[in-house]
Design a protein around this ligand. Sequence first.
Ligand code: FAD
Ligand code: EPU
Length: 342
Amino acid sequence: MIAENFSLKQYNTFGIDAMAQYFSTFNSIERLEELLEFKKPVTSYAVDTPFILGGGSNILLTKNIEGLVLKNEIKGIEKISEDSDAVYVKAGAGENWHQLVMYCIHNNLAGIENLSLIPGNVGASPMQNIGAYGVELKDVFHELEAFHLTEKKAVQFGLSDCEFGYRESVFKRKLKNQFVITSVTYRLNKTPHFNTSYGAIEQELHAMGIQTLSIQAVSQAVINIRRSKLPDPAVIGNAGSFFKNPEINQQHFDLLKKAFPNVVGYALKNGNVKLAAGWLIEQCGWKGYRRGDAGCHEKQALVLVNYGEAKGNEILRLSDEIIASVHKKFEVELEREVNVIE
Ligand code: FAD
Ligand code: EPU
């Protein structure tokens, strides 16, 4: 079934009311192949590159989408093999990410507990190499299967093929819009290597009264911190951090530090410094700013929000203004993390 003029409001966590000209879901590669044959009625125009949708938690829709939107609902989670240290778990792209984290925790499989409660689906996890609390997807990634939209064939990608970086992968860059990721296989550890040094995890574990570390406890600590810091999309529309944290060289950081002694930066292994974009944005006076229904969250300046009926373009314009003011004050370029669909 292919729906026509279908509202995507319930299908993006910003809650933007944009339409898909055509919309359908697929739960198998066979069904995807059938949908790729779809021809727009009357004209002979074939929609050869549909827009692939997961949980819609990292997109900003700025207009109606012409052509076909296909929501990936390929399901299934299975242990496919194991060695002395690790278990390999393969998940369908349409599985909810947090459900996969919970599956691993219940099965005592370690490695993704710090990535608890990130919204969205398995299929998008490699897209921007999701990360939080000192762990990135690439740390547990084994391989993925993807289907080429025009050549209509399945291709396997290993770790180096994906060109993972900070909120980056080959799928966001040179292979953009060419593949549908259909499944991802993760390498989970039988024995946990706890990573609790990041942010407030230690503090939260202490507040929880945890004496003995476990992946369950770390997951719960991350969940508690995230709930206290980030707006819930079910209450206020948002797509998490709207911008990436920018990287600058040490010389630039020294100059900033002189002018702004409180600037927040973290030293990187490559000698550069990663700045907290939330701090830069807050210093420019945007935190809590609201124009119509578009705004900058009052507790977390890195998160842009839709209070109800904002248009994607209103949020995009606000993000342009934020980029310009951060540039003017700090000579730092902010880059959007969210995928803007124009
Ligand atoms: P979508 O938004 O549906 O899609 C994102 C992009 O990937 C689109 O370009 C889409 O076309 C493409 N895509 C989706 N699925 C596929 C597929 N199967 N094959 C090919 N292309 C595909 N991200 C983090 O990294 N760390 C965080 O801590 C974090 N916290 C967040 C907190 C909140 C409250 C919110 C709302 C978002 C947060 N995010 C975070 C961003 C988001 O959750 C992730 O980027 C997530 O992986 C997006 O998944 P999705 O299924 O919703 O992708
Ligand atoms: N800060 C401010 N004002 C603000 C917000 C932040 O000054 O309004 C400063 C504070 O000093 C704070 C620091 O920025 O200590 C860092 O803030 P926080 O710990 O909230 O993390 P973040 O840099 O805002 C990043 C990721 C998140 C991820 C968390 C935890 C990016 C772009 N964002 O946020 O990822 O969950 O760290 O690891 O890297 C996402 O990608 O969507 C996302 C939510």
